[in-house]
Design a protein around this ligand. Sequence first.
Ligand code: ADP
Ligand code: ASP
Ligand code: MG
Length: 471
Amino acid sequence: MSKLVVMKFGGTSVEDAVAINRTAQIVRGRLAKRVTPIVVVSAMAKVTDQLLAAANAAGRGDRAGALAISARLRNRHLETASALVSGDCKVGVCKWIDAEFDSLDEVLRGLSAIGELTPRISDMVVSIGERLSSRIISEGFRQRDLDAVYVDARQCIVTDNQHGKAIPQDALIEQRLRHHVLPQAEAGRVCVMGGFIGATEKGVTTTLGRGGSDFTAALVGGGLDAGSIEIWTDVNGIMTTDPRICPNALRVKTISFEEAAELAYFGAKVLHPATILPAVRKNIPVLVLNSKNPTNEGTRIISLPPHCRSPFKSIAVKRRLTIIDVVASRMLMSYGYMKSIFDVFDKHKCPVDMVSTSEVSVSLTVDSNDKLPDIAADLSQLADVKYEGRKALICMVGEDIRGQNGIAARVFQSIRHVNVRMISQGASEINMSFMIEEDDAEEAIRSLHDEFFADPDPEIFDVEALKEVVG
Ligand code: ADP
Ligand code: ASP
Ligand code: MG
């Protein structure tokens, strides 16, 4: 059999019929190179947000608001399907879309009558986005002479029952993929499945967390030992920072698994943080590519990229964080004290991003969330507690920062006008991060970008694009 390639297309890459047409061309291009693509698709752009808004509206009892959102989504999917598919097939797909929205409306009516939204029902509602896009796209592909088959991702991506952020069960997923996907791929067919969604062993629909289609692609790639995993999105690859913040951000040509994982974890939305692990386990290269500019080389994430003379490869930002200060008046840093603090976070299943300690106090940062008052109440049994939201974590990533003198001085000199609340370096050799006010984040990133990417290493960064911009 020819080599398997997992191709994941994000929301903007399948946002309408024109974009789906482009996607079909890209898949055709891969087939011409004698590789067999397995296609993983997100919901059409913004659909997941809108489905969540509908579910939340219904949960608040706003029946009319929820049904209005659903009606708009129904029209958008019917329009896209009608533009992509013709003849009997069109009638069939549109009928199926109508039936899906009829049952969604029934759920929304029920929800607004009860006035309560559970995570399980929320997953059921949002999963419709990927179920619809994958069905419509597989039909669209078939009409473009691609031998495509629709695979219900919920048959393959087996998870636990933590709705909203379910944990995949690797061994079962591999078994299911080998049963439902591999024989089709071996026969040369292009399987099309939705990302982001899964199901428990009992068949209850779950989701992998926002942005989780990247994760699905990695699970499929890892489970089937694919030759590569391609993440097709709306930018040329992993850039030196979010191009929405810094329009002169440069494409990073190659980056290590470790660097990409740090970036993703600390906020670079271009890749879901869990994408890297399945790829690392089997040493499968991950490529980040632009579906609107498919001839661009994108970014290659590999285990051993060439050495880079610039200290950093990229700057990420994670917003909506809260700093919690725990000040022990009596206990000081006695044995077991840290454990008792972390036990509280464990109890509330709340991950901690950064920690810094002094003799009498510990500062921790967490995602702002509605459990904070409960966490603070539990911590106040141990010590005095204060917490403050609207913080942002800036994370600068590059290999071997430790080996270079004077880097921290350059970082903090270039943001000297900004109030830095916490600093961390050394936990990994490739990450230097600090916490500032959310309102200062964009300006700080632009200053840091000017400082560290003014003279980019052409081995690692796409300097040709820079020349084009500068003229
Ligand atoms: P998709 O829908 O394809 O999954 P996302 O919106 O999740 O796409 O991710 C792509 C977006 O990530 C880009 O449009 C960009 O604004 C943002 N982004 C943040 N950090 C980076 C970065 N370092 N490099 C590239 N894109 C980034
Ligand atoms: N559609 C989901 C989301 O918007 C998953 C994804 O796009 O990766 O979060
Ligand atoms: Mg994404």
